[in-house]
Design a protein around this ligand. Structure first.
Ligand code: NOJ
Ligand code: NOJ
Length: 443
């Protein structure tokens, strides 16, 4: 951590650094990643967004050299935040251009065909034997086209299908992308750009309507089921999408989005457990306590007092998570007077299941958003948000780089390095902080 700076100055500096690091994941045309076991050399195309630009091969860092629908939507949403907030013309133009390329890249993914892929190359022969257990197989690949493309979860950043087995489908990605597109629309520079964006948005919304509430793998890419995260972002996308479609004169799409969105919104009550919100629907405490609930509400952009940032059940859920991780992580036990660093869920074993930047930053952002809603009465929430921010600060290395996780004992970086989503989470939390500070001042 960097001593000396006031928290506010540190947040602004770390926000600028995060923007710089995050930019390296977008249109990383100068990078290349070899996967010899698959006979692949992957060179990112313009508009692709790498989950992490640091090539790794589970040695031990995970191979995140992919364009995930979820991660890329969150990154580009943070980019819109940078465009709105920046006073630097050059920076704004650079992000506008990345946004245009992102829309173009995303539209090209829609034309992929697994059938064509397997007809063109003998993949079974190309995949080396050590890689066989991880290869999806030609039968599965051949079935991937049309509607199934949006359940693919992730693609190679050169715009080709992922050949590896992975937890599929996951349906939050298209909803998150729709939300990011809706927020970006007012920032679009020209007519052509707006038309391309609207085309992608229509297809994403139609996909969400078709698959709303379906059982699928959640944001942590583990068990299939009904996930609060997925359903709250689906509801958020559809209700915001309905308003857009209506204003655009697309009555049929608007009707479908509103009808399905309201049904999903009502279904969110299935996740209520006593005074808190569970991550998965169904009986029993298993899978109940999970940070993805907080992330879902933030990503959906919901402010309501039901399934929005003002929902007291969300705060109760965060408190419960805080109590759990305060006791579970040695680094939290060493600082009992500070806000706890948060992981994904109790019992998480992925890379040691330590604290994540995206989850701890979400705790800060939730408090900042609550502080904005409360106006001049938000001082306590602003202070609590800052307490989580101070905890994040303790975990950020001197150079400002953000990994996926930190070690639960030492705080050292763990798992994917330079995780683009961690930077995105920092940027949106910092933006929420600015709004909260302003809401305090104007009263
Ligand atoms: C990769 C996923 O992204 C991660 O969340 C999960 O824990 C592991 N696979 C294990 O399934
Ligand atoms: C693992 C996380 O669980 C998942 O949400 C994310 O999409 C991938 N890592 C890539 O960052």
């Amino acid at each position: 951590m960097t001593a000396g700076l006031e928290l506010e100055d540190w947040v602004e500096r770390q926000c600028r650094r995060s923007a710089g690091f995050m930019a390296k994941s977008v249109s990383a045309v100068g990078l290349r990643k070899e996967r010899p076991g698959l006979g692949q050399v992957v060179v990112p195309a313009r508009g692709s967004v790498l989950a992490s630009p640091v090539p790794a091969a589970w040695d031990p860092e995970p191979d995140y050299f992919f364009h995930w629908l979820r991660d890329s939507a969150l990154v580009m949403d943070a980019a819109s935040e940078l465009i709105r907030g920046s006073s630097d013309d050059g920076e704004r133009r650079a992000w506008q251009e990345r946004w245009r390329d992102f829309v173009g890249f995303s539209l090209r993914l829609d034309r992929l065909s697994g059938r064509r892929l397997v007809a063109g190359v003998n993949l079974e022969r190309r995949v080396r034997s050590a890689m066989r257990p991880h290869f999806r197989g030609t039968a599965e690949l051949a079935s991937i086209e049309g509607d199934r493309l949006r359940g693919e979860v992730r693609f190679n950043p050169d715009g080709t299908l992922d050949l590896l087995r992975w937890t599929r489908p996951q349906h939050d990605g298209p909803a998150l992308r729709a939300l990011a597109l809706l927020r970006h629309l007012p920032l679009c520079a020209g007519e052509t750009e707006r038309d391309a964006l609207a085309g992608l948005l229509r297809a994403d919304l139609a996909h969400v309507v078709r698959h709303a509430g379906e059982c699928c793998a959640g944001p942590w890419e583990e068990e299939a089921g009904r996930h609060y995260y997925t359903e709250v972002v689906e509801a958020g996308a559809l209700l915001a999408g309905a308003a857009w479609a209506e204003a655009a004169g697309e009555a049929a799409l608007a009707g479908a989005c509103r009808g399905t969105g309201l049904r999903l919104e009502a279904g969110l009550e299935d996740f209520v457990r006593g005074d808190m919100l569970a991550a998965r629907a169904g009986e029993g405490p298993d899978g109940a306590l999970d940070s993805s609930v907080i992330l879902g509400v933030l990503h959906a952009g919901r402010r309501d007092s039901r399934h929005g940032v003002a929902d007291p059940r969300l705060l109760a859920t965060l408190d419960r998570l805080g109590e759990h991780f305060a006791a579970a992580y040695p680094l939290n036990r060493a600082h009992p007077e500070e806000a706890p660093a948060l992981g994904r869920y109790p019992g998480d074993a992925y890379f040691g299941g330590g604290p994540w930047f995206v989850t701890t930053l979400a705790a800060a952002e939730l408090h900042y958003r609550r502080a904005s809603l409360a106006g001049a009465d938000g001082a306590a929430d602003l202070a609590r948000g800052d307490a989580f921010m101070a905890t994040v600060r303790r975990l950020v290395p001197e150079d400002g780089s953000l990994s996926e996780q930190a070690d639960a004992e030492t705080g050292a970086p763990v798992s994917a390095r330079h995780l683009a989503w961690s930077y995105a989470a920092f940027i949106t939390a910092a933006a929420a902080r600015r709004l909260a500070v302003r809401a305090q001042a104007t009263k």
